[in-house]
Each structure stands twice: as structure tokens, then as C-alpha cells.
Design a protein around this ligand. Structure first.
Ligand code: DLL
Length: 432
């Protein structure tokens, strides 16, 4: 099912719609946000210079630091009486950032999310077990209002209390599970540990997102639960979840580009790259009222394609995010994303999907240790030699695939901390 006709416009129609919306947005931000007026004045650009979507590259970038510098509301383009809700980032690194929504923003967000439920093949009869956090985090409420807009039933369980989650899953007839990929694994394993097969619970599909996860991780999750897992990408600064999603083809993520115009840029030169080239994702909000950010630098690495999709949607798709530029580890000159290590680990199939990367600096050299849990049932007592063999196999494979020397440490099952939200995969001991 296609939720809205904008998902199936011809490329020319989309271009025209985006152009009209960008022109309108630029004049609104110029008039109402002094930060953008000052930036554009400095660059010598007037709203009238923006004649269509192709002129987007003339506009200034926006960064997370800009949001911090204008904490909490100074980038809003409407008076506070029009702002109906705020969300905020958790602020684990530095000052939190605050985002705002008018009623129209909340409506378009619910539609973007309803598009996703439609795209993954949901029906009004579906019962959505929403185990994302409700509150400042955009995940819980984003998926909640989207499900209601779509017409399904929501079980707003939020995060935490895994025992209760399991009881509710068993008793409420849920058919769709919403959470982070790492929690889908944790919850599934906890269910198994209680002697229940997660596949018997009747979950048929899961929109998962909020953190990077590999195709290998998807295969593990689908196998564990006997369901289809669809990638869902978004960020609070742009709207929350609902920026892009995978349809039933599960082949890259459709961007709601009639609202969020995507670009890929080279992180060094900041120049826009072509379709197919990998770089940093940048979004311009072309319909939002409260916080219409121009060319927001996400720090996420992806690439774009406008090849037709089998589902009939014509929107541009982005490839699964490989990671964030700020999560990229440079290990003795080699760029490494945690997702690349994840792929190697899961492809080898010798370990559980729980790992953490420990980065340190010894004698001025970066070191990387990969701590990963052995498969359930493999214990230190019965197989010290076997464990060493597995460690060596993983070390060799990482060296051959990524070209770096790492130290692999197999740890006991359940020793790596589980997360109910976004998993923390990197412990950086440098500069401490
Ligand atoms: O994580 C919104 C969201 C919630 C999306 C639930 C999907 C599902 P933030 O907390 O602002 O918003 O974090 C945004 O998380 O810039 C990416 O680095 C990362 N991220 C989100 N979804 C994905 C994904 C929400 N599917 C930041 N793949 C983004 C990879 C993702 N990274």
C-alpha cells in the first residue's frame, strides 16, 4: 500500500515540488531566524537567489554545534505559541540540543511514519508493541503517532522491564515490534532463556532503527524472531524517525524527500557528491515550520540512488548508514567503522552478536581490542583451546578483510552490557 501520492511522483514532478518548497522555506528562515539571515548576508546570498532545488548548494550548512550555540529555542522560525511540542537529545556528549514542532510539523511527521507502516506491509489489524523510549527521545512518540495515523493499535510499553515486555508480547497479540536492533536481539534472547521460542509469539515484522546495524545483524534478528526486520533511519534535528525507511523490498531506505531534501557531501571539501558516491548525508527541511534546518550535516555516512524500486515508490533511496564520521576509528591510518567489524564477526558465525570495541593508545600507537561474547553454550571451562582457535580465526579474518591488526578477546556469554535503547559499541580510552 502507498500512503501518499508524493511517494510516487515522476522525477520532474518531485523536482518541481521540492523547488517550490525550498524557495518558500528559504524566505521564511531568512525573515525569522537571525542565525540564517546573518549567515546568508555574510555569504552574499539573498532569498531571491534561490530559484529552485538545484540552488540548495548555495545555502549555508548547519551543524549540531549551531543548535547547541542557540540552545534551547533560538533557531526556531515561529513564535513559541505556535510550538506544540519539543524533544531533546540525551546530551551524552556536551549540551543537549532541543527541537520543536508546530501542529503542522507533528501532522507531517505522523504521515511520514504512516508511510513507513504502509511500506512494510502493515494492516489496520496490526498491534504495534512499541518498545522505544517515550519522552525527550523522538523514537517512541514518532512511531506511536505514526501507528495511530496509519490506523493500527499501539501498545505504548516504552523501554525497560524486559519481563513485563515478554508478558505483554505474549498476552496482547502484538504483530509488529518496534525497538532498536540491539534490543530486538536482547529481548529475543531473554525470551529464549525463559524457554519460549520468540518465533511462537506471532510478530511478523519489525521496524528497527536509531543506531547502525549491519545486514548480518538483520539476518540474526530475522532468524531469531521469524519475522521481517526493516531499517528505519532518522534524527531529531530533522524530525526524528521517519526521514527514511525500507519497504518490503528491503533494498535501501526510501527518503521522504518531499519533506527532507538529501545531499551527500565530501567531508573534506564539503562539495556535493553524485548519486552512488559515498559521503556525509546532509538534509534540508523544506516543509517544516518550527525548525526548518538548512543543509544539516548529519555526520552519517551513506550514498543515494534514484534507481527504480520494485515497490512502485519513486523516492530517492539512501544506502544503510555505514556509521558516523565521529564513530569512525582511525587505527594506524586505516579508517574502520564498528559496522565493518560487526560484519566480519557475524559472517564467521562463531560468536554471539554482542561485542564492544576498546580503543586505546599504547606507546603512541592506536590499539583496538574486540571483545565479543562466545556463542551460548561455549564456555571457558570446556574449551580453552577451542576459544583460542576462535580468537585467532577472528583476528586473521579482520586482518584480511580490513587490513588491521586487532586483539580479539572472547568473553563469557552475557558479560557485555545489554542496552534497552542504543547500544554503546565503542569504549575509547585515549585522552583519558
Ligand atoms: O535515533 C531517531 C530514530 C529513532 C530513528 C528510532 C529510527 C528509529 P536521534 O536520537 O537524534 O534520533 O539520533 C540520530 O542516530 O544521526 C544516526 O547516527 C543514528 N541512527 C538513527 N537511525 C539509524 C539507522 C533517532 N537506521 C542518529 N541506521 C543518526 C544507522 C541510525 N544509524
Amino acid at each position: 500500500m502507498i500512503w501518499q501520492e508524493e511517494e510516487c511522483l515522476s522525477r520532474d514532478e518531485m523536482h518541481a515540488l521540492q523547488s517550490k518548497r525550498l524557495i518558500d522555506t528559504v524566505s521564511r528562515v531568512y525573515d525569522n531566524v537571525s542565525f540564517y539571515k546573518n549567515k546568508m548576508d555574510e555569504m552574499g546570498i539573498l532569498p531571491g537567489d534561490i530559484k529552485g532545488i538545484d540552488d540548495v548548494s548555495k545555502l549555508p550548512f548547519t551543524t549540531k554545534q549551531d543548535l547547541r550555540d542557540h540552545y534551547p529555542y533560538k533557531l526556531f522560525a515561529v513564535p513559541m505559541k505556535k510550538v506544540k511540542r519539543v524533544h531533546a537529545s540525551s546530551g551524552t556528549t556536551g549540551q543537549p540540543t532541543v527541537v520543536g514542532y508546530t501542529q503542522n510539523d507533528l501532522d507531517l511527521w505522523a504521515d511520514c511514519m504512516a508511510r513507513f507502516y504502509a511500506a512494510m506491509g502493515a494492516a489496520e489489524e496490526d498491534v504495534v508493541h512499541n518498545a522505544l523510549g517515550y519522552g525527550f527521545f523522538t523514537g517512541g512518540l514518532g512511531f506511536h503517532y505514526g501507528a495511530e495515523r496509519f490506523g493500527a493499535t499501539v501498545v505504548p510499553i516504552s523501554t525497560g522491564n524486559t519481563k513485563k515486555q515478554i508478558q505483554v508480547l505474549q498476552e496482547f497479540g502484538s504483530t509488529i515490534l518496534v525497538c532498536t536492533p540491539s534490543y530486538a536481539i536482547y529481548l529475543g534472547e531473554s525470551i529464549k532463556a525463559m524457554g519460549i521460542d520468540p518465533r511462537s509469539l506471532g510478530i511478523k515484522a519489525a521496524p528497527l532503527g536509531g543506531e547502525p546495524w549491519t545486514y548480518e545483524m538483520r539476518a540474526e534478528i530475522e532468524e531469531l524472531w521469524g519475522m521481517k526486520a526493516h531499517d528505519s533511519y532518522g534524527l531529531s534535528e530533522i524530525i526524528g524517525p521517519g526521514v527514511s525507511f525500507e519497504c518490503q523490498m528491503q533494498n535501501h531506505l526510501h527518503i521522504n524527500e518531499d519533506h527532507f531534501y538529501p545531499e551527500i557531501i565530501d567531508t573534506e571539501t564539503l562539495r556535493p557528491l553524485s548519486y552512488g558516491e559515498s559521503g556525509e548525508l546532509v538534509f534540508t527541511c523544506i516543509t517544516k515550520e518550527a525548525l526548518p534546518l538548512l543543509r544539516y550535516r548529519t555526520r552519517d555516512i551513506s550514498s543515494l540512488t534514484d534507481e527504480p524500486c520494485g515497490c512502485g515508490r519513486t523516492t530517492v533511496r539512501m544506502t544503510k548508514c555505514a556509521g558516523r564520521t565521529d564513530d569512525m576509528l582511525i587505527i594506524r591510518g586505516v579508517n574502520v567503522f564498528p559496522s565493518q567489524i560487526e560484519s566480519v564477526l557475524l559472517n564467521l558465525g562463531e560468536t554471539a552478536p554482542h561485542y564492544v570495541l576498546i580503543v586505546d593508545r599504547v606507546n603512541n600507537l592506536d590499539t583496538l581490542e574486540v571483545w565479543v561474547e562466545g556463542k551460548e553454550g561455549v564456555t571457558f571451562v570446556d574449551g580453552m583451546r577451542h576459544m583460542k582457535e576462535i580468537e585467532k580465526k577472528i583476528t586473521d579474518e579482520i586482518r584480511s578483510v580490513l587490513g588491521i591488526q586487532v586483539k580479539v578477546k572472547l568473553v563469557e556469554h552475557k558479560t557485555i552490557e545489554r542496552s534497552e535503547g542504543k547500544a554503546k559499541r565503542i569504549i575509547d580510552r585515549r585522552n583519558k
